[in-house]
Design a protein around this ligand. Structure first.
Ligand SMILES: Nc1ncnc2c1ncn2[C@@H]1O[C@H](COP(=O)(O)OP(=O)(O)OP(=O)(O)O)[C@@H](O)[C@H]1O
Ligand SMILES: [Mg+2]
Length: 310
């Protein structure tokens, strides 16, 4: 029995389909990145999975339990962080978790042990007895994750857990995500950042306009896309005349200068084409000092995947 099974899911908001026939299965122990641009339908799908929103048609199952027919049983196996969580600012993480544990019917002893455990997982042990009101956004997000896993769910759903955080907050939350991964949860995490998905997920499902565009191992997805942003530095000064010559080479697109001796361009193709391009550049007399894929390549690949599908 797979932990998450979504079949032909549709959510219609007055004639506009935010989710449009989505089918997706997440296998046990997988960390899936649910990737898509703003407005793709990620939050809507997650709200249906977490029973915050009712689908127009189709079905969603958590651990074999229909989320509509038996929401209570389905939610018992799930821990989720969907919207920016609200905390009582005067409570500490320990008090917050104790309150939650009581609500869930855990014994005092279990509450104490499990609180210590989850605070350790989210690296908040030293803040366990400090008021949440003064925490940073990233710290609050870590407490929210602790809350979500308090009752030992097997499945965790996170809606853009790093959104709105500064680079340090993001790095901290990603570190926690890697911790969760070690603990064998099945994780479904939405994101609009390909680099984030590449960093923490094993599988990816790319959606746009409520439809699934691709899914599979992260490495397959990256390998299957064949548009590359190339970065070149040469020994010569790259002036207008050089740019003109380079732009005429077969396969060079979106060329622009980058610093006095460098330029970047988009190349369609795989390694074969890259090797051919390097020869072409040398063929027109350019002394190539370095020739590599640019760091922002990933985001461009992602955009091109979405563009291809439109
Ligand atoms: N309650 C609603 N009524 C009408 N339209 C809605 C409603 N909720 C969402 N939408 C629309 O559905 C589409 C998908 O929204 P959703 O929030 O699921 O996207 P998302 O992938 O989570 O985007 P983001 O990255 O911005 O969070 C958007 O066009 C949004 O405007
Ligand atoms: Mg969203």
């Amino acid at each position: 029995m797979e932990p998450i099974v979504i079949t032909d899911l549709v959510k219609d908001f007055g004639g506009f389909k935010a989710v449009d026939g989505l089918s997706l299965t997440v296998r046990s122990g997988t960390f899936l990145g649910f990737l898509g641009p703003n407005g793709a339908g990620k939050t809507t799908t997650i709200k249906i999975l977490t029973n915050m929103l009712r689908a127009t048609s189709g079905s969603a199952y958590l651990n074999g339990i229909d989320v509509v027919k038996d929401p209570k049983a389905a939610m018992a196996t799930l821990g989720a962080v969907v919207e920016t969580p609200e905390f009582y600012p005067y409570l500490t993480p320990n008090e917050t978790l104790a309150y939650l544990g009581e609500l869930r019917g855990m014994s005092d002893r279990d509450v104490r042990d499990r609180s210590a455990e989850v605070l350790e997982t989210v690296k908040m042990t030293e803040w366990a007895d400090q008021r949440i009101g003064k925490f940073s956004k990233g710290m609050k997000q870590r407490v929210a994750i602790a809350q979500a896993i308090m009752h030992r769910p097997s499945v965790i759903i996170l809606d853009e857990p790093t959104s709105g955080l500064d680079p340090r907050g993001m790095a901290e939350v990603r570190e926690i995500l890697n911790e969760l991964k070690k603990e064998q949860y099945t994780i479904f995490m939405s994101s609009h950042l390909l680099n984030e998905v590449q960093e923490v997920c094993d599988e990816v499902a790319l959606i746009d306009r409520g439809k699934l565009l691709r899914s599979g191992p992260v490495s397959d997805l990256l390998g299957s896309v064949n548009v590359h942003r190339m970065e070149v530095r040469s020994l010569q000064k790259i002036d207008g005349a050089w740019l003109n010559k380079i732009s005429q080479l077969d396969g060079v697109e979106e060329l622009r200068a980058s610093g006095p001796t460098g330029f970047v361009f988009t190349l369609t193709g795989r390694e074969q084409e890259q090797a051919r391009m390097l020869r072409s550049l040398q063929g027109i007399g350019l002394d190539v000092a370095s020739f590599k894929e640019s760091g922002v390549a990933l985001e461009n690949l992602y955009l091109s995947m979405i563009k291809e599908s439109r």
